[in-house]
Design a protein around this ligand. Structure first.
Ligand code: SAH
Length: 511
């Protein structure tokens, strides 16, 4: 199985084509071999000049390893009788090898040439023998992603044209894309083209699919089919993947690159305005961020903590808006913070934008004196990731110790899950969710927390509102109560006993 990737810098470009080697983290001067699950992958460069550079990934499948299998990823016994159909499996084996060998490039990381990693480059990808009986399918999968696709059936035997076409397609993709995008398309779609035979599927494949598909798969017209085929039609996994893609995915990469304005002036207007109304409706994630930003404006916040900031989607919106003079992103996951830094192009931000941003690792279940004194803290889709028995520690750290003037919390409304047709009854929207609450449960929690810590609380619906089941996302805005009792609720004199103080304060109301 062979795949080649060719970079051809446009005329006048200031980078030689051989910089492809930096992006792939593979030196063009060397032939390298890597052990992969079912064989050996070789990377070499058939051409490496300043105008054109081609990297080749050659996968040598070891049939013995394929039959014997190893570890939990091994094909099961019943399937092993089919493994002599090696070419069939080769697409997904190639996808898997690509994911291993070019893992860093797939994530878009390149410390030597970060600018180039973030730039769309003229690329050509060739897969001379792709397992795909219907070339048209390859066209339909790759074309919506901005590729020009040439997919030709390969004759079974050119000497006997009457024998017709083989099961192979010769595929050539050309387009101007970031290398990481190109690799993520290949990683997902070569496996998907292999259909039901991507047989080592384990539940972490959902994570891989959601991560690799981020930014494009959620909006792909054939996303359902791609997820089904990638996940070998394991329905529960497919449902989870589709629900998560609907949740996480936005229409945004290009829109944001333009609208964020990090290359020049930060723009005032919010990016989603550039997205057609129809697409906006698709993205609950966008609606949620808009609602949070609007709520922060309502609270007249300018110094804001984004607690559990994840990969930084909200931070990006906050930085675009000059009303927010200081923006601090905290997350327990170093990896999420790295991705946030990359997505925000922290290294390329103009100084005055960079000066407003801090990214810091931290666990919200521990108090942190550095979080005190802010106007507002946001917990967007975070509390449901915290074990219920640890929530009191988070409440203490945020509402008591950090004690901002306002706190915005969003969380799924579990009642609405019935409207997600792809989500099996009783399952949460994300496998990492420890709980999902009804409207009544969220309200009870929020009112108890508000009362215990001297806040008033109001609730807002986010996303589509079902007349019976309520909104998809629920949002609560906590603001420090202006009652005289609050003056006594300072950080110093609050003790742990107050954590369970259930005294109802003022009545809460919908906004
Ligand atoms: N707010 C982001 C991310 C939500 S996912 C958004 O809406 O897009 C939940 C995030 O909370 C993850 O990034 C996870 O790493 C983080 N998280 C979960 N528990 C945490 C804890 N105890 N302390 C800090 N961050 C936590």
């Amino acid at each position: 199985m062979l795949l080649t990737i060719t970079a051809t810098p446009p005329p006048g470009a200031e980078w030689p084509a051989t910089d492809l080697g930096f992006l792939l983290h593979k030196n063009p001067d060397r032939v390298q071999a890597f052990d992969v699950t079912y064989g050996k992958a070789h990377v070499f460069y058939p051409a490496a000049g300043p105008q054109e550079c081609t990297a080749a990934l050659l996968l040598e499948v070891d049939p013995i390893a394929l039959v014997r299998g190893r570890g939990r990823n091994a094909p099961d016994f019943a399937l092993s009788q089919y493994v002599n159909d090696r070419p069939y499996a080769a697409s997904s084996l190639l996808a898997s090898a690509l994911g291993n060998v070019f893992r860093t490039a797939l994530r878009g990381r390149c410390d030597q040439r970060p600018d180039l990693a973030a730039t769309a480059l003229p690329l050509r990808v060739e897969v001379p023998a792709l397992i795909c009986r219907e070339p048209q399918l390859a066209v339909e999968l790759f074309e919506p992603l901005g590729w020009t696709v040439a997919a030709e059936p390969v004759a079974l035997d050119p000497a006997f044209p009457e024998w017709g076409a083989s099961r192979y397609t010769s595929l050539t993709l050309t387009g101007t894309l970031r290398l990481s995008e190109a690799l993520s398309h290949l990683f997902v779609l070569l496996a998907a083209l292999d259909g039901a035979k991507h047989y080592w599927v384990a539940s972490d494949e959902v994570d891989k699919l959601v991560r690799a598909g981020e930014g494009w798969l959620g909006a792909h017209p054939l996303r359902g089919m791609i997820a089904r085929r990638y996940l070998a039609r394991r329905q529960p996994l497919v449902r989870e993947a589709l629900a998560r893609l609907a949740e996480v995915d936005d229409v945004e990469p290009e829109v944001l690159d333009n609208a964020v304005g990090f290359d020049g002036e930060p723009v005032q207007e919010s990016a989603p305005d550039a997205v057609p109304a129809k697409e906006r409706k698709l993205s609950l994630a966008t609606a949620r961020r808009e609602a949070v930003v609007e709520t922060l404006h309502e609270a007249e916040a300018s110094r804001v903590l984004d607690l559990g900031c994840g990969e930084g989607a909200l931070l990006r919106d906050l930085l675009k808006d000059k009303a927010f003079t200081e923006v601090v992103g905290i997350d327990v996951s170093a990896r999420a913070l790295q991705i946030a830094a990359r997505k925000l192009h922290v290294d390329r931000l103009p100084d005055r934008v960079k000066a407003r941003l801090t990214l810091r690792q931290g666990a919200l279940t521990y108090t942190d004196a550095r979080l005190a004194g802010y106007d507002a803290a946001v917990l967007m889709e975070v509390i449901e990731h915290v074990d219920a028995h640890r929530l009191p520690a988070l409440e203490h750290a945020v509402f008591r110790a950090a004690h901002p003037r306002a706190v915005v919390v969003t969380t799924p409304n579990v009642e609405y899950n019935a409207r997600y047709e792809t989500l099996e009854a009783g399952r949460f929207r994300h496998s990492d969710h420890r709980f999902e609450w009804t409207r009544a449960e969220f309200r009870a929690w929020a009112e108890r927390v508000a009362a215990a810590h001297g806040y008033d609380v109001r609730f807002k619906p986010v996303g589509e509102v079902d007349p019976e089941l309520g909104p998809s996302t629920q949002l609560a805005l906590f603001t420090l109560a202006k009652s005289p009792t609050n003056e006594n609720l300072t950080n110093e004199n609050l003790t742990n006993e107050n954590l369970t103080n259930d005294n109802p304060k003022e009545a809460s109301a919908d906004v």
